[in-house]
Design a protein around this ligand. Structure first.
Ligand code: ADP
Ligand code: MG
Length: 300
C-alpha cells in the first residue's frame, strides 16, 4: 500500500519505553510494507498566524499519524492540516481525563462505578468546602475510591475507609481534578484488560495483585491470558467507540456476579505487556486496521 505515516512519541519522558512503543509500531508497519518515520513530539512545532497554520520541522506531511503521545495540541494541529491521526486528538484527550471518560460513558449508558466529580478548586484557595459531603458518603459508602482525573499505573488512585481519611486525601489533592467513586469490592486486586481494534477485541488478559486493591500495583502480581465473554467484548468495543477511539486498551472491573464494569480506557495502551502475556501482537492488527480505514475513508 502506497501510504506513508509518522509515528509520534514523547520526547521528554526519560527511559526507552516510549521509543520502544513507537518502534513496535514501526516494525509492524514495515512487515505490511508501510513506510513510517518516527518523530518526537518536540521535533515538531505548531505554527499559527492569521494566514496559515503549519508545522515547523518534519519532512513533507504524511498520509497518517500514529500518535502515541498525549500532546493534544500537536495532534489537533495535524488534524487541522488534514491528516488522519490514530487515535484522533479528541479521543486521546477524553481517554487521558478520567472525568471526561466517565461523562462520555455515562452518556452512552455504559456500565461504570457510581462516580461523583469533585467541584473545581482553584490553586491557592483555602481548604476545600464540601457542603455535600454527607450525600457523597450516602451515595458511595465506605470504603470509597478517590481517583485523580489524570494518572496512571494506579499511582493516583486511593482507597479511603473513613470520613477523616477521605477529607485528608481531599485536602492533599484538592488542587487537581478528581472524583469520588464507588469501590467495586468484588474486583479488589483484579481486573481485566481488553485490547480493542476497530470492532474487535484482539487480545485480553486478567491482572491480579496479591498485595493491593489496585490490579496494576503490585510486587507479586500476575497477568494471565484471558478469553473474554461476549458481553465483556461488546462493552469494551462500545466504550472504545464512545470516546471516538480507533483502538484502545479497555480495563474492566469484575462487578457482582461477574458483571463487567468499565474502569478506564487507555488510548495508548501498552501493547507490549499484552504481547508478553498473550503472544498476540496488537500492533499487527492496528496497522491492518489503519490501512483498511485509510482505504475506506478514501485517503489512499
Ligand atoms: N472503582 C473501583 N473499584 C475497585 N477497584 C478499582 C476502582 N477503580 C480503580 N480500581 C483499581 O485500581 C486500578 C487503577 O485504577 P485506574 O482507574 O485504572 O487508574 P490508572 O490509570 O492509574 O491505571 C485498577 O486497575 C483497579 O484494579
Ligand atoms: Mg488502569
Amino acid at each position: 500500500m502506497n501510504v506513508n505515516g509518522w509515528i509520534i512519541y514523547n520526547g521528554h519522558l526519560s527511559g526507552n519505553k516510549f521509543l520502544d512503543f513507537a518502534e513496535w509500531f514501526h516494525e509492524a508497519a514495515q512487515k505490511q510494507g508501510i513506510e513510517t518515520n518516527l518523530y518526537k513530539n518536540n521535533d515538531l512545532l505548531t505554527y499559527l498566524d492569521d494566514r496559515r497554520l503549519s508545522l515547523i520541522g518534519g519532512n513533507s506531511l504524511p498520509d497518517f499519524v500514529i500518535f502515541t503521545d498525549k500532546d493534544i495540541y500537536l495532534a489537533r494541529q495535524l488534524e487541522l492540516l488534514g491528516i488522519r491521526v490514530f487515535n484522533p486528538a479528541n479521543a486521546i484527550a477524553i481517554s487521558d481525563d478520567k472525568i471526561a471518560t466517565y461523562q462520555v460513558l455515562a452518556q452512552h449508558h455504559l456500565p461504570i462505578p457510581k462516580t461523583i466529580a469533585a467541584p473545581k478548586i482553584f490553586p491557592g484557595s483555602a481548604t476545600v468546602e464540601l457542603e455535600n459531603i454527607r450525600s457523597i458518603i450516602d451515595q458511595l459508602g465506605f470504603p470509597m475510591i478517590i481517583k485523580e482525573a489524570f494518572g496512571s499505573f494506579g499511582e493516583q488512585v486511593y482507597l479511603v475507609h473513613t470520613e477523616k481519611e477521605m477529607m485528608d486525601k481531599v485536602r492533599e489533592i484538592q488542587e487537581r481534578p478528581f472524583v469520588f467513586q464507588e469501590f467495586i469490592a468484588a474486583s479488589s486486586g483484579k481486573d481485566m484488560r481488553l485490547q480493542v481494534v476497530g470492532d474487535h477485541v484482539v487480545a485480553a488478559m486478567t491482572r491480579y495483585a496479591s498485595n493491593d486493591f489496585r490490579a496494576n500495583v503490585t510486587a507479586g502480581g500476575t497477568m494471565e491470558a484471558y478469553q473474554p465473554s461476549a458481553i465483556e467484548r461488546k462493552i469494551a468495543v462500545a466504550a472504545t467507540k464512545a470516546i471516538g477511539a480507533d483502538f484502545a486498551g479497555v480495563d474492566l472491573l469484575f462487578g457482582p456476579d461477574h458483571t463487567p464494569i468499565i474502569c478506564e480506557i487507555n488510548s495508548n495502551a501498552h501493547i507490549r505487556n499484552m504481547y508478553d502475556c498473550t503472544h498476540i501482537n496488537a500492533a499487527d492488527f492496528i496497522i491492518r486496521y489503519i490501512s483498511e480505514t485509510l482505504t475506506n475513508e478514501g485517503r489512499s
